[in-house]
Write a protein that binds this ligand. Sequence first.
Ligand SMILES: NC(=O)c1ccc[n+]([C@@H]2O[C@H](COP(=O)([O-])OP(=O)(O)OC[C@H]3O[C@@H](n4cnc5c(N)ncnc54)[C@H](O)[C@@H]3O)[C@@H](O)[C@H]2O)c1
Length: 251
Amino acid sequence: MSNRQLKTCVITGAAGGIGRALADEFHRAGYEVIATDRVTRPEYLSCDHYLQIDLASLVEDEAYAKNTFARIREFLGGRGLNALVNNAAIQILGGADSLTREDWRQTLDVNLVAPFLVTQALLHELESVEGSVVNISSIHARVTKKNFVAYATSKAALSAMTRALAVDLGPRVRVNAIEPAAIETGMLKAGFEGKPELYRQLEACHPQKRIGQPEEVAHLALAMVKSGMSFLQGACIGIDGGIANRLFDPG
Ligand SMILES: NC(=O)c1ccc[n+]([C@@H]2O[C@H](COP(=O)([O-])OP(=O)(O)OC[C@H]3O[C@@H](n4cnc5c(N)ncnc54)[C@H](O)[C@@H]3O)[C@@H](O)[C@H]2O)c1
């Protein structure tokens, strides 16, 4: 039997639209993929190991977190971790009039505190192989719209945490982020349910005249973790069809 050691990666939110593309991309690139999500393992997922975990429970419950990290280490079997992609997130819509304490707690736990705790727990494994972290942030980290107050705040904090961790951890571990705009996934479509005209307008207002595909985010994530990219540290890279450059002033 071959003694070849595969590169390893952990992906959270792997059952979602972008998560699935990430798992496919890393698997195709020869990584041993440890996929996690709160749902049961979907049949379509390309991964070597699957762990059903709830990141909200991981933040709330230390014993649950300890057990989760032990199970990830079991899959690693003493090997290092080449890539951690913190991809899972929730998007609770609401503005200043409606957001509740619970909305804030859930949003910050899943979108911000969990990526920190997972990164912290796997630091040794990452450092041992000059591994790197990719946080899937959002264009909402920089520009946003009505009713995205909790989500946008959590993503701005995730991008800020990416920069702070890069300073804190460099050169031991690289930490970078991707800030996608509209990507064609369940999360995006849910926001446009029953509004086909709005969806068409969304496509049209991007300079690229379309929204993005999950595979495009996955290609970028893989490129960012490559060993030849070791000067990329604390970068938050937009993949947005150009929309973040566009003013919507009339005239
Ligand atoms: N789709 C877009 O337009 C878009 C744009 C910018 C950023 N993003 C970001 O990309 C990432 C992936 O989003 P997506 O569009 O694939 O969404 P998605 O809803 O399809 O996938 C998110 C995944 O996270 C998982 N998840 C949610 N809460 C969890 C929890 N408590 N514990 C464990 N897993 C949990 C879900 O089960 C789901 O599989 C997210 O971080 C999202 O904020 C998406």
